[in-house]
Design a protein around this ligand. Structure first.
Ligand code: NIG
Ligand code: FE
Length: 414
């Protein structure tokens, strides 16, 4: 008697399970059986079709199947765009100069403060629909364009409602969102001459409220020169930990402040960006198992020459994840495949390393590796069927969308 399941994907040219990261666990002519939104079995097509039957069978001949991509660092809730700044940057202005002139994060903050929660949701939805069509089935989502208690809560509530009302709720039409509180993204104008006052507001009011109302799983800080430096970041992140939030840092992006060392000291889940990480920072992150989240789309769009030292990190044994850093200023793309292309060409990652970085390692960076990030029995059935013969084409065949179908918690999105 064959076991009845809800969905079978069969005959995949390459079924890339990512269950054994060294060789990606590829099954040629592979199949997956899905029941109740979970993976029931993975194996050779002949074996799966002998043991399981389903009314719904997708033939993946000449196609590649991978776990759904996971984008572990994004800023998807905002209003407006910053296309004008893109042009200014092309003419030579730096991100820091644009910020000092009132643009950058602050220009998005003004628009977010003026928007209602429904407007924020409607705007984010446009992008979420595109994320899922690019193969992303789960993404981390940060606040950080409100910078008042009320506006930060408005952003986090928008994320929660887009997710179906609760952390961990699944809306199978679009990517699942993992919320991160980023009140420490910039110093708002009203606190320009009183940074300590803003740090106090974050610690005394925002973090306790966000934690009590379960509006976020993580707290992040933009740890950077002239923004939140090491001591501010330490205070904020320790307060977040005391309230039960996991912690992350935008670290060592432009100035080598020692953000990686701080991430290790505080046992952060991840340190992100790391374009100018020190050797000591790398060593300490490795010692503490902090995930290095690399965001080469930002380096690319800012037109900078030196990328995060991904090869050196991997050779040192660090776990490297990749993410889009989707935001209207420094990295306006929903496409993780595009980021994988940049990671291969500019940071010399192999296609296998890039795929691992955008699946299981990204799951680790949001503490969801037991549930998602690889194709193994019991895990959530989040998958992408790609219209190509090998996973290597995902970064190699660049700038186009190779996604054929996305499966989110067992539901097929065409
Ligand atoms: O990760 N560096 C700070 N935050 C974002 C940029 C956000 C923005 O410019 O709106 C980043 O690159
Ligand atoms: Fe970011």
């Amino acid at each position: 008697m064959k076991k009845q399941v809800d969905l079978i994907i069969a005959n995949a040219r390459e079924l890339v399970t990512v269950s054994r990261s060294a060789e990606l666990g590829i099954i040629h002519n592979g199949a997956v059986a899905v029941k109740k939104g979970r993976i029931a079995a993975v194996g050779a097509s002949d074996d799966i079709l002998k043991s399981y039957s389903s009314r719904k069978v997708i033939d993946a001949e000449d196609k590649t199947v991978t776990p759904g991509l996971i984008d572990c660092h994004t800023h998807p809730v905002f209003m407006g765009d910053r296309a004008d700044e893109f042009e200014l940057k092309l003419k030579g202005a730096t991100y820091q100069q644009i910020g000092a002139a009132g643009g950058g994060i602050k220009s998005t903050v003004r628009k977010v403060r003026n928007a209602t929660k429904s407007e924020l949701k409607a705007n984010a939805l446009k992008y979420l629909n595109r994320f899922i069509r690019c193969g992303t089935t789960t993404m981390e989502a940060k606040s950080g364009y409100g910078l008042t208690t009320e506006d930060e809560v408005k952003m986090l509530e928008a994320i929660k409602e887009l997710n179906g009302g609760a952390i961990g709720a699944i809306n199978s039409e679009r990517p699942e969102l993992v919320p991160t509180f980023l009140g420490a993204h910039e110093i708002p104008d009203e606190y320009r001459n009183n940074k300590a006052g803003y740090v106090d507001l974050i610690i005394q009011e925002m973090i306790p409220l966000v934690a009590r109302r379960k509006l976020a799983e993580f707290c992040d800080v933009f740890c950077e020169k002239n923004v939140f430096e090491i001591e501010d970041s330490r205070r904020i992140l320790k307060a977040a930990q005391a309230h039960g939030l996991g912690i992350k840092l935008h670290a060592d992006e432009f100035a080598p402040l020692g953000g990686a060392e701080l991430a290790a000291e505080l046992n952060a889940v991840s340190a992100d960006h790391l374009m100018v990480i020190s050797d000591e920072g790398m060593r300490r992150m490795k010692e503490k198992g902090v995930i290095a989240v690399l965001l080469p789309g930002t380096t690319f769009m800012l037109g900078l020459k030196s990328y995060a030292p991904a090869r050196k990190m991997m050779d040192a044994g660090l776990t490297v994840a990749l993410a889009t850093d989707f935001n209207p200023g420094t990295s306006f793309t929903e496409s993780l495949p595009m980021i994988m292309s940049i990671a291969c060409v500019k940071m010399k990652m192999t296609p296998a390393e890039a795929l691992t970085a955008a699946t299981i390692n990204a799951a680790r960076a949001i503490r969801k590796e037991k549930l998602i990030g690889s194709l193994e029995p019991g895990k959530q059935a989040d998958m992408v069927i790609w219209d190509c013969l090998s996973y290597k084409h995902i970064p190699y065949h660049f700038g186009v969308n190779l996604v054929d179908k996305v499966i989110k918690a067992g539901k097929v999105i065409e």
